[in-house]
Design a protein around this ligand. Structure first.
Ligand SMILES: Nc1ncnc2c1ncn2[C@@H]1O[C@H](COP(=O)(O)OP(=O)(O)O)[C@@H](O)[C@H]1O
Ligand SMILES: [Mg+2]
Length: 500
């Protein structure tokens, strides 16, 4: 049945209002706010799709919506619902899921089991609370056992946790189907946080047609005095954080490492590179994690261009598998060496074919791919990338850029079509949270090792101190262009401005 049809059935003609208790009698008994739901919350409960996401804005009523949705069918024998947070304290804090459930269900005939962290209803239905503290903890929850799985603050989970629990072992439950109980996966989150990028991609940018996204703002929550809430709790926050929490803005986020990254500036269409541009590569090698291999070129003015990439899937990073792909591309790339993290030379325990201690680097060398150790200092690498991406009012865009010769160019560009992961990861990269910082700003290492392989690779490449390529000998083909090039070259050879 469609949500519109459901909504029609829930409409109370006498009061001229939506009354979800007409459709879901369990809510009448177990959800004290059933008559005070905000329009967003009501719609969330009426969704009949498999996946639904309630996104954006603190105080948007997300936690309450997830709990209310879990209770919709607790009068059906055999119904089971699971509500998840990343950590146990997040579940049990005042105002959060468990405490709210105790307020709602404490006065009813539902019975709380502290050991199991679950409510049992007279019908036999169960509502369980769980947390997923690491990747192994997902095995505690076999998705197929639940008809409803609700994820609160989804950005704190990893995509594999979400997928494993939500979609593993789904079984068809014909009896429940006959009783009209849908199989539902529901999630809610504010923008920002470590999983911002994957959640945005899955539920906003590349949402499947059958998934529904409900934007929620603090202003939509009937229980909040919005003016007060903004005045007292949000007014001291930074601008981006406030926009994110208040408006549920998924575009900007506080703590973005590369907030100056702008696809209109840094991403360029594909074009044929002059053979006189020097080439090199960078790589963040992973065996179980993705391997991110980037091909770079330097033009005659010192602009850097990431022009191609090889990005492996998880678990496809063995040097014996990656090396042939890189070697095949190197003919196109016309490059010979890849800069990488010196940890690639750490001994892996085995021996190479010459009987010498093996490492990731020696394995690549054996496979015919040469690596070179790069500066892997995270602070210096981050600062260099920031500087390369920073628009400089005195610098002209190169002739091969759509904005050719306009002032205000940065020094690092990316061909988006062939390097999609780098284009996706740069704007998604978060800074290390302030409370964890020892000294100076760096990209959040937890994010980088989980999601930021192309960004790590770009750090190694940017740290390899590339100089402008020498102009080719012989008569220049286009005097007008070359005059500009010469002029720009003179400017960038003024190294003091770039502090190499
Ligand atoms: N439908 C509602 N009616 C009345 N008060 C509500 C309603 N939904 C939420 N609230 C109030 O707003 C506060 C924030 O709701 P919550 O679900 O925790 O928001 P979020 O999880 O989006 O931050 C709750 O503590 C509650 O007091
Ligand atoms: Mg909440």
């Amino acid at each position: 049945m469609s949500s519109a049809l459901l909504a029609r059935q829930a409409w109370n003609p006498e009061t001229d209002e939506l009354d979800l208790a007409r459709l879901y009698p369990a809510l009448q008994t177990y959800c004290p706010i059933v008559h005070d739901l905000s329009p967003q919350q009501a719609l969330f409960l009426l969704l009949d799709c498999r996946e639904g996401f309630y996104g954006g804005a603190a105080g948007g009523g997300k936690t309450w919506a997830l709990l209310a949705a879990a209770l919709q069918y607790v009068d059906v024998p055999g119904y089971a619902a699971l509500l998840l947070r990343r950590t146990f304290p997040q579940l049990s804090q005042p105002g959060q899921l468990i405490a709210t459930s105790k307020e709602w269900l404490g006065p009813t005939d539902a019975v709380w089991n502290e050991q199991q962290k679950e409510w049992r209803f007279p019908s036999g239905a169960v509502l369980k609370f769980g947390h997923v503290k690491d990747e192994n903890a997902v095995f505690n929850y076999q998705g197929g056992a639940y008809h409803y799985i609700g994820w609160d603050e989804l950005t704190q989970f990893t995509p594999s946790q979400f997928e494993y629990v939500s979609f593993s072992r789904q079984r068809r439950d014909l009896r429940m189907q006959e009783l009209g109980v849908p199989i539902r996966v529901r999630a809610a989150a504010n923008p920002g946080g470590i999983g911002h990028a994957w959640v945005k991609k899955r539920f906003l940018d590349q949402r499947s047609p059958s998934t529904v996204f409900i934007p929620a703002k603090a202003a939509d929550n009937p229980g909040l005095d919005v003016a007060d809430y903004i005045e007292n709790s949000l007014s001291h926050l930074g601008d981006i954080l406030r926009r994110q929490l208040l408006d549920g803005d998924w575009g900007a986020f506080e703590g973005a490492a590369f907030h100056k990254f702008d696809p209109a500036v840094h991403v360029v269409p594909r074009f044929e590179l002059p053979s006189s541009w020097e080439r090199f590569e960078s790589v963040d090698p992973g065996i179980n994690n993705p391997t991110a291999w980037l091909a770079w070129a330097v033009d005659h003015e010192g602009n850097l261009l990431v022009f191609d990439s090889v990005y492996t899937d998880e678990g496809e990073g063995l040097p014996s598998k990656v090396a042939p792909r890189v070697l095949a591309r190197r003919e196109l790339w016309a490059s010979t060496v890849a800069h990488t993290d010196p940890s690639a030379w750490n001994r892996s325990g085995g021996l190479n074919r010459w009987g010498l201690p093996a490492s990731l680097a020696t394995e690549y060398e054996d496979a015919g791919v040469q690596l070179s150790p790069a500066n892997n200092d995270p602070r210096a690498g981050y600062a260099r990338l920031r500087e390369l991406l920073e628009p400089d009012p005195r610098r002209l865009y190169p002739d091969w850029h759509p904005r050719a010769r306009e002032p205000g160019a940065p020094r690092l560009f990316i061909i988006g079509e062939t390097c999609p992961e780098l284009v996706e990861q740069l704007p998604a990269a978060p800074l290390q949270p302030i409370e964890k910082r020892l000294a100076g700003e760096i990209i959040d290492p937890d994010w980088e090792s989980a999601y930021g392989h192309a960004v790590a690779s770009a750090r190694y490449g940017a740290m390899s101190r590339p100089d402008a390529s020498d102009l080719p000998a012989g008569p220049p083909p286009e005097p007008r262009t070359v005059a500009g090039v010469e002029e720009n070259r003179r400017r960038v050879s003024d190294r003091s401005r770039y502090q190499y």
